[in-house]
Design a protein. Structure first.
Length: 138
């Protein structure tokens, strides 16, 4: 995964601290080693989709802030690629129909944000990777 954001690792640390968690506690909650958590926060490693999906499920975690640096009602300072947005949303709806499951709106938006950010960064769309993340988020 490619993340072209020099502040990404700092936002992971800031969110952890905001939640009152130690690196050890965060690592345990997200299923990674302490050294891996430290590497993510230090910017020497980039989290994979599994880590990000688990991060989105943490109580109180502001995943939008971690991913793109904005919170609440702030507008993300980027142009939205609506074609990509719609394509991802179609994949999520296809997954729901195929599994006979309706993903709760909050989780659906988290999946959409993760996938959108990933595919904007890499410049390519991977439906198999999309389905893997949707399975984890749902």
């Amino acid at each position: 995964m490619i993340i072209e954001d020099s502040e990404f690792n700092k936002r992971i640390r800031k969110e952890r601290e905001r939640l009152g968690l130690s690196q050890s506690e965060m690592a345990l909650a997200l299923g990674v080693s302490l050294s891996t958590q430290g590497a993510y926060e230090g910017g020497t490693r980039v989290p994979d989709l599994t880590y990000l999906a688990r991060l989105s499920k943490m109580e109180g975690m502001d995943t939008l802030y971690v991913l793109v640096g904005s919170t609440g009602d702030q507008t993300v300072s980027t142009t939205i690629d609506w074609e990509l947005h719609d394509r991802i949303f179609e994949v999520i709806e296809k997954w729901e129909r195929g599994h006979g499951v309706i993903i709760p709106p909050r989780k659906k938006m988290d999946a959409l944000r993760f996938l959108y950010t990933q595919f904007r960064a890499t410049g390519r769309f991977d439906e198999q990777a999309s389905n893997t993340l949707i399975n984890m988020v749902a």
